[in-house]
Design a protein around this ligand. Structure first.
Ligand code: PGA
Ligand code: ZN
Length: 399
C-alpha cells in the first residue's frame, strides 16, 4: 500500500522546472519518477501545467486518492486514481507532468517491493531477452535549434548491430563522425536540445553528411547502419500557406509526399516520423501506401500516444508505427494500452524521450517490457545516456 507521495520541483535538461515524484510503500518500497517536457508538442497531447501548479494541484487532488488507498504494484489502479483525481480528459486538472511523474514513481516502487527490475514488473517474466534498436539523433533543427535544418531530426539507426551495447556505441561514433565531417567543411555547429549537431546547412546537405557518416561508421563497426528522420511535419505545415514551409519554398501536401518518398528511395531510409501534418490522416495513408513496405512511417504528433487517435489512424491506414511518449498521454497504463493496440494491429512501437529530459530511465525499461523494436532517446548528453546506459545494463542483467 502507498504510504506517502512526495512531489518537488527539479531541473530538466533545458534548465526548466519539472516535477519529481517519490512514492513510498508500507513494505518499504521506494520509487522516483521525473516528467520530461516537449518543445515541438502535438496539438492533441495531454496538458503540462507549470511545475508549481501541477504539484499544488496533485497534492490537493491526487495524493489523497493514492495514500492508504492503492497498491503501488497495481499500475492500473494507480493510474485510474490519477485519472479520477484529475477529472478531465487531457490531464489539465493535475497536469500530465504530475501524473506521469507519479505513474512512473509508483511503477518503480512496485518493482522495488517485488525486488524485480522495472522492465520485468511492467512486462512480465518472459521479457528482457529482446532489446530495442536505439535511434540516435545526430543532426537536427526545427524547433530544437535555430538556423539549422528544416527537418527536425536526422536519426542514425544501427539496424545490423549484434547488441544494444554495440548499437549505442555506433550511434555515438556517427555523432562524432558528423562532427569531423562538419569540421572538414568549415561548418562550426552547436548542439540542439537533444544533443544533435545543429549546423547551418540545407536539408539536402544534411542528408549527404548523414549518408557519409553512417557508411564510414558501418565499415568501422562491421554491421549495417541506416538512418531515418523525424520531419516534425506539423511544425512545418502552415494552414495559411496550405503547405509545408521550408527555407527554400513551400511544398504542397502532394509535393511533401513526393519529397519524402524520394528521400526514402534515395537513402534507403528505415524510419520517417511525422512526415506530414498532425491532422492529415489521409496524407499519412497516401505516403504509407507508397513506402510503407520499405520504411516505418511513424506517427508522433499524429497519434500522441492516444488509443483513440491511433484507432482512427489504423482505420485510415495512416502510418505503420507509433511513437510512444508516456507524458503525451499522462500514465504508463495509457502508454501500454497504446502499445498493445499497435501490436494487435501490426503497427510497430517506438518508445521515445522528449527534447526536455531528465536522468529518469523509465522509458528504457518500458521499451524492453513491451518488446518495442526501437527506442528514440538521443545519442549523447547525460539525460540521453542515462537511458542508453540503462539499456546496456539491462542487456548485461545488471539492473
Ligand atoms: P519534442 O520533440 O519532445 O520537442 O516534442 C521530440 C519529437 O518530436 O519527437
Ligand atoms: Zn517527433
Amino acid at each position: 500500500l502507498i504510504t506517502d507521495v512526495r512531489l518537488r520541483r527539479v531541473l530538466d535538461s533545458r534548465g526548466n522546472a519539472t516535477v519529481e515524484a517519490d512514492v513510498l510503500t508500507e513494505s518499504g518500497g521506494f520509487g522516483r519518477g521525473k516528467a520530461p517536457s516537449g518543445a515541438s508538442t502535438g496539438e492533441y497531447e495531454a496538458i503540462e501545467l507549470p511545475a508549481t501548479e501541477a504539484i499544488a494541484n496533485a497534492r490537493e487532488d491526487a495524493i489523497p486518492r493514492l495514500v492508504g488507498e492503492v497498491h503501488a504494484g497495481n499500475q492500473r489502479d494507480v493510474d485510474a486514481a490519477l485519472h479520477a483525481a484529475d477529472g478531465t480528459d487531457d490531464f489539465s486538472g493535475i497536469g500530465a507532468n504530475s501524473a506521469v511523474a507519479i505513474s512512473m514513481a509508483a511503477a518503480k516502487a512496485g518493482a522495488d517491493v517485488l525486488g524485480a527490475p522495472l522492465y520485468q514488473h511492467l512486462g512480465g517474466t518472459f521479457r528482457g531477452n529482446e532489446y530495442p534498436t536505439p535511434l540516435g539523433n545526430i543532426i537536427g533543427g526545427g524547433e530544437h535549434a535555430a538556423d539549422a535544418t528544416n527537418i527536425q531530426e536526422f536519426l542514425a539507426a544501427p539496424v545490423g548491430a549484434p547488441s544494444v551495447e554495440e548499437a549505442v556505441f555506433a550511434n555515438a561514433a556517427v555523432h562524432q563522425e558528423v562532427h569531423d565531417i562538419l569540421a572538414d567543411r568549415d561548418l562550426p555547429a552547436g548542439k540542439g536540445d537533444e544533443g544533435a549537431w545543429a549546423p547551418s546547412v540545407s536539408d539536402d546537405e544534411a542528408f549527404e553528411i548523414m549518408d557519409e557518416a553512417v557508411e564510414t561508421v558501418a565499415d568501422d563497426f562491421g554491421f549495417a547502419i541506416a538512418f531515418g528522420l523525424d520531419v516534425a511535419g506539423a511544425e512545418l505545415y502552415d494552414a495559411d500557406e496550405d503547405g509545408y514551409v521550408y527555407d527554400d519554398g513551400v511544398k504542397s501536401t502532394a509535393e511533401q509526399i513526393d519529397y519524402i518518398a524520394e528521400k526514402v528511395e534515395e537513402y534507403d531510409l528505415v524510419y520517417v516520423e511525422d512526415p506530414l501534418d498532425e491532422n492529415d490522416y489521409e496524407a499519412f495513408a497516401d505516403l504509407t501506401d507508397r513506402v510503407g513496405d520499405q520504411t516505418l512511417v511513424c506517427g508522433d504528433d499524429l497519434f500522441v500516444t492516444n488509443v483513440e487517435r491511433l484507432q482512427a489512424g489504423i482505420s485510415a491506414g495512416a502510418g505503420n508505427s507509433i511513437l510512444i511518449k508516456p507524458n503525451q498521454i499522462g500514465t504508463l497504463t495509457d502508454a501500454v494500452d497504446a502499445i498493445e493496440l499497435a501490436t494487435e494491429s501490426g503497427y510497430e512501437s517506438v518508445v521515445s524521450h522528449r527534447s526536455g529530459e531528465t536522468e529518469d530511465t523509465t522509458i528504457a525499461h518500458l521499451a524492453v517490457a513491451t518488446d518495442a523494436p526501437f527506442i528514440k532517446t538521443g545519442a549523447v548528453g547525460g539525460e540521453r545516456t542515462a537511458k542508453l546506459n540503462e539499456l546496456i545494463r539491462i542487456e548485461d542483467n545488471a539492473v
